[in-house]
Design a protein around this ligand. Structure first.
Ligand code: HEM
Length: 148
């Protein structure tokens, strides 16, 4: 019971951190991109990767050591939809990460420029991440109650 409580608490805290990180990235790319903003963006994006990895780790811990047992999830369609949504958010974040790195390198070389095309693409992909991310808690609530 205690292990389940620790894992569930960690899972919730990490998931809220991830939501805050995506919101922070959105806020930055929707404002004027200065060199300082690019440095902040690249730091926040590193936290994004680390937090997503921890969500995966703790989520897997809940499957293996949680109260319900792994069988409650591997045969649960809502669980697999949730994982698919999680993977989709990850895939949608690849291109923005590469763009943030490119911007960061140009800032470090004192040659920072940003095109309208780049910013439009990054904004679209961040919006798409927010859209898919929103489905995850719904699928999580579904998998905890139905789906098997
Ligand atoms: C951004 C990603 C994620 C979000 C927003 C999220 C959200 C949630 C929420 C809100 C719950 C509570 C559901 C409820 O009791 O009503 C939950 C439970 C759970 N999540 Fe996640 N989760 C995420 C990623 C993951 C991943 C990657 C895994 C597995 C690898 C995972 C495994 C679990 C498990 C096992 C539970 C327990 C469900 C139960 O009580 O039966 N989650 N998640």
């Amino acid at each position: 019971m205690f292990t389940d409580l620790v894992l569930a608490s960690a899972h919730h805290v990490l998931v809220f951190m991830l939501a805050a990180i995506i919101a922070a990235e959105a806020l930055i790319v929707w404002s004027e991109l200065s060199e300082a903003a690019v440095r902040l963006l690249s730091r926040i994006d590193a936290y994004y990767g680390a937090t997503a990895a921890l969500v995966l780790l703790v989520g897997s811990g809940r499957i293996l050591f949680g109260l319900k047992g792994w069988e409650a999830y591997v045969y649960n369609w809502a669980f697999w939809l949730k994982i698919a949504a999680f993977v989709a958010v990850g895939l949608l974040s690849i291109s923005p990460t590469l763009q943030f790195r490119k911007w960061r390198v140009s800032v470090d070389k004192d040659a920072f420029t940003v095109s309208t095309q780049e910013i439009t693409k990054v904004r679209g992909l961040i919006l798409a991440q927010i859209g898919v991310f929103t489905l995850i808690p719904v699928l999580a609530a579904t998998m905890a109650r139905y789906g098997y």
